[in-house]
Every structure is written in C-alpha cells, then in structure tokens.
Design a protein around this ligand. Sequence first.
Ligand SMILES: Nc1nc(=O)c2c([nH]1)NC[C@@H]1CN(c3ccc(C(=O)N[C@@H](CCC(=O)O)C(=O)O)cc3)CN21
Ligand SMILES: O=c1ccn([C@H]2C[C@H](O)[C@@H](COP(=O)(O)O)O2)c(=O)[nH]1
Length: 283
Amino acid sequence: MKQYLDLCQRIIDEGIWVDNARTQKKCLTVINADLTYDVGMGEFPLVTTRKSFYKSAIAEIIGYIRGYDNAADFRKIGTRTWDANANENPDWLKNPNRKGEDDCGFIYGKIGRNFPKPDGGSIDLLRKIYDDLRSGKDDRGEIYTFYHPGAFHLGCLRPCMYSHHFSLLAGTLYLNSTQRSCDVPLGLNFNMVQVYFLLAIMAQITGNKPGKAFHKIVNAHIYEDQLDLMQNVQLKRQPFPPPKLIINPDIKTLEDLETWVTVDDFTVEGYMHHDPIAYPFSV
Ligand SMILES: Nc1nc(=O)c2c([nH]1)NC[C@@H]1CN(c3ccc(C(=O)N[C@@H](CCC(=O)O)C(=O)O)cc3)CN21
Ligand SMILES: O=c1ccn([C@H]2C[C@H](O)[C@@H](COP(=O)(O)O)O2)c(=O)[nH]1
C-alpha cells in the first residue's frame, strides 16, 4: 500500500502533463515504476485508502486465464470492466472486425491462449507454461504475453499489462509482470491485485511455493479529471493494515480455473478500508 501511495505522490510531485489523443484528455505522467509484492509472505497489495472492488479485479484476470473476448462473458464471472471498451469506444465501434455487441476482439487472454504462429496455427502459451511449471521445468522463456502488434487492429484496446514472465528457482515460483500504460487511480488498483493473484494461483496449481512478484510499470499516469480526488481526498487518508487473500485450496489444476471456479473461491480477510471514491473512467 505504501508503494502505491508513494507512486501517486510521485506523479503529483514530478509528473509532466501529456496530451492523450485517444481519450482527448491530459494525463499527469511519470516514466518507470517498480512495485514488489511478497506473495510467499502473504503481502496482498489491496488499496485501503478507498474501497477496492477486488472481486471485479479477480474476475477480470480469470477471464484472461480463460481467454475471454466478450464483455458479456466478463460480466457473467463478475466484472463490468470491459463494457465501455467493447461498446463505447468510437474507433472500435466503426472497426469492421467488431463482431457486434459486447465483442472485445482479439485481446488479452484471447491472444495469449491462441497466439498466432507466422507459419500457421497457434500456441496456447498458458498451457505450455502450466505444463512446464508442473513438471518442475523453467526454460527461461515461461512468458504469458498478450502483446501482438500485428493484431492490434483486431481488438478494442491494446493490452496494458501485457507480459507475465514466470521463473522457477528451487521450487519457488517468481513472476515479473510488465505494464506499458497505467491508469493509477483506477487500473492500478486492480492490476496490483491481479499480479499478486496470478503468482499465488499459478503456484497453487503447479505445486510450487509462491515467492515474489515484480510489477514493472512504464507509463504511469493520472487523468486530468481524476487529479483532484487523488490529491485532495485519497492521499489525505491514512492507510489501514493490509488484509489477506484466502484462496480455496480445492483449486488444483488449470482445468479447475477454466471450468467451475468463481470469484467466491477467493475471500479477503481483515479488509479495513475508507469509503469508495468514484474516479472518472476514460474510454
Ligand atoms: N482508462 C482506462 N483505465 C483502465 O484502468 C482500464 C481501461 N481504461 N480500459 C481497460 C481496462 C478496464 N479496467 C477498468 C475498468 C473499470 C474500472 C472501474 O470502474 N472500477 C471502479 C469500480 C469497479 C466495480 O464496481 O467493479 C473502481 O472504483 O475501482 C476499473 C478498471 C482497467 N482498464
Ligand atoms: O489493466 C489495465 C488496462 C488498462 N489500463 C489503462 C491505462 C490507460 O489509461 C488505458 C489504456 O489506454 P492506452 O491509450 O491504450 O494506453 O487503460 C490500466 O491501467 N490497466
């Protein structure tokens, strides 16, 4: 939590205003931030200076694990985070590749689980990583990536947190996640939960101990219409002690995650938080 608040304060102290053509808003921006979560020690990075809807963040990453490409599927598992990008983004609405209401196109897990090969066919990157890690193997290329510049025109948004690189060292699993662009008040609130979650759940289903997750952010920004709430409301509050994430121990395989698991298999204990803050969302 301190790392998060320090980044918010750093953007306010050192940020530079940058015009963003896509959203037609200005963003106060810094380059490069490194956050670390000790998953083995159970340091769950949930924001306490406002109420965080962590179940929505977990639903979203379960959707990326399942390879979803439709906002209706994301809604069914408990998050509305893709509604606006699927149905209100003007460029996407006029894109001939959009297959109708709620279609997000070739995004995130849809790419990662069907990564196109230049010579035809596709690779399920997550399945390969899972099989390797389960058999104790790390080939120094255990990368779940969603980044495919040749396919950007097929989706509503380029992936923001675009790469998750797993490493296995003496039975302990590590994760390096990279994010190219970060909406710190809204997106990061979820992305921190997702990085922690991904390491914790992959360790559990591959039979390894979780170690640390390293979260690299390149462009970290606060939109102009979020700044006042961040500066004068959220940053004026004192954080509470961190809560714990409890994962249903019956989740044992990738197939479990793909089939019966719901957000209710994940509970947070001891979550003390301040009131919610409704930050504006930019499509
Ligand atoms: N501008 C922007 N920021 C983002 O963080 C973002 C995008 N676009 N587009 C793709 C996804 C969608 N994400 C989202 C979308 C909505 C919320 C949001 O509205 N969060 C609210 C309430 C969540 C709820 O009730 O479930 C929040 O207060 O955190 C968060 C992340 C993250 N990503
Ligand atoms: O997981 C996510 C997804 C998206 N974001 C934010 C970062 C930016 O504010 C927008 C995406 O806009 P681009 O113009 O494609 O950079 O969404 C996030 O923080 N986390």
